[in-house]
Write a new protein. Sequence first.
Length: 165
Amino acid sequence: MAELTHFNEAGRARMVDVTQKALTERIATAQGKVFVLPETLKKIQEGQIAKGDVLAVAQVAGVMAAKRTPDVIPMCHPLLLTNVDIDFKEEPQSDVGGRCSITIFATVKTTGGTGVEMEAMTAVSVAALTIYDMCKAIDKGMSFGEICLLSKSGGKSGTYTRSRT
């Protein structure tokens, strides 16, 4: 198991010193799902949500969130992100609870001394919250989850790809 690096000798929280880390290309992709009623997904697809184009707004929110991650995650380093891409996959088939889903994918890139996993997961989380905000008037029962890191590359720890279970 890896050593916890966000604590100093006194056991207090600290930001990890990445001064000596090699600058490498860092890429992380995360995903999450928003579970909505079939009628809600249909209205999103047909542009019938009163607040506007739900996925376009969620996409912008996700990009903005990735750039602001150190403002909400205390030990994250401010990074110069070189790319943030948000994509959606609409899944109209209903599950047991009668809900269908929108899967959000966020890929974040930088060249630096630390990774962008938190930026990718923050982007997914805020995009999901934005979908909820834009559709809550018609579907207060929406939920979201399954937020996870799918892959990351770069840095000392190398490549990680989530296994499909």
